[in-house]
Design a protein around this ligand. Structure first.
Ligand code: SER
Length: 319
């Protein structure tokens, strides 16, 4: 019997992963927590609580009281926001992970942990195309530095204390249920909202900035697959490359125009442009495919369709 703790259940990943985990393990066995109220559908369907992962004492009490066996720690300050308050972002991203790792060392029931890393661990000196699992990692953002350090801590705890911490280097994640906040890849979410609401979008990245992206459903499926794979298959003790698909603002705009012919895009790059320029354009995720069967189902066409329909539904639920 598993009891799962999701930290960051009100966030972009958490609000969808919690639903998938509840389907798999039963509603009563997945505790949805965040520093703010979780969405109503999640709150009404199973256990939830306000929980601050930075409060290590309350965290450990919660884990013991609810006999938690697996933790998904999804709370983080994303790349754009982290650049505004670098030391605070470093503190939140690192200390929260260390609180979880340290807890897993002492609470025996906790036998598996998921923690997301990011394509942000790569930097300007990393080969940009088909970026390998093992390559140069010299991130130039504080978010990337915190994710890279986090990966090293995960590997250290996995090896030194024989824990089972698993991780994915997510590409930009695209979804309509809960909007992302403060990331560099967020343009690829915002563009759908503005396309539906205003018929136009001003992109904060240049037209030909290619980045690896993934539709949330693929990301959730990948996460569940990784977390249910036999331990002996997990050869990467830090974090797995997951690439999804790659596209530019111009390409996604072209795709939207197939559905909204009058859609207009303009470009006004801001401080996030150099962040995007420092990241790979496409990712080699063959190790994840071999080790635990990673699959990507949504291409740019399919995700555009689902996103436009999802956003329309959100704003005009009766139409
Ligand atoms: N999507 C994240 C960001 O842009 C990258 O992990 O910050």
């Amino acid at each position: 019997m598993e009891n799962i703790l999701v930290i960051g259940a009100a966030g972009q990943i958490g609000s969808e992963l919690t639903v998938a985990l509840r389907k798999k393990y039963g509603n009563d066995h997945v505790f949805a927590t965040d520093i703010k109220e979780v969405p109503a559908d999640i709150k009404n369907a199973g256990p939830s609580a306000i929980l601050d992962v930075m409060d290590d004492k309350r965290l450990i009490h919660f884990v013991i009281r609810h006999k938690i066996t697996q933790i998904y720690h999804l709370a983080a300050v994303l790349s754009g926001n982290a650049e505004k308050l670098p030391l605070q972002a470093w503190h939140i991203n690192m200390q929260s992970l260390l609180n979880i790792l340290d807890l897993a060392k002492v609470v025996e029931d906790v036998h598996r942990i998921f923690w997301p890393s990011s394509i942000a661990v790569f930097g300007p000196t990393t080969p940009k195309q088909n970026t390998a699992q093992l390559t140069v990692t010299e991130p130039s953002t504080v978010y990337g530095i915190s994710k890279l350090a986090g990966e090293r801590w995960c590997e250290y705890f996995n090896t030194r204390y024989d824990l089972d911490i698993r991780s994915i280097r997510y590409p930009g994640l695209i979804s309509y249920k809960t909007e992302a906040g403060g990331g560099t890849t967020d343009y690829a979410v915002e563009i759908f909202y503005d396309a539906v609401k205003k018929g136009k979008y001003e992109s904060f990245l240049k037209e030909n900035t290619a980045l690896p992206m993934m539709f949330m459903k693929d990301a959730v499926n990948a996460t569940v697959k990784l977390m249910t794979a036999p331990k002996e298959n997990i050869t990467v003790k830090s974090s797995y490359n997951v690439g999804g698909i790659s596209f530019t603002p111009k390409q996604i705009a072209e795709e939207i125009k197939h559905h909204i012919p009058d859609f207009e895009i303009s470009y006004k790059p801001d401080f996030r442009q150099p962040i995007a320029d420092s990241w790979p354009q496409s990712i080699n995720d063959s190790v994840a495919q071999t080790d635990w069967g990673l699959e990507t189902k949504y291409d740019i066409k399919a995700l555009t369709e689902v996103m436009l329909n999802g956003v329309k539904e959100k704003f005009n639920p009766n139409k």
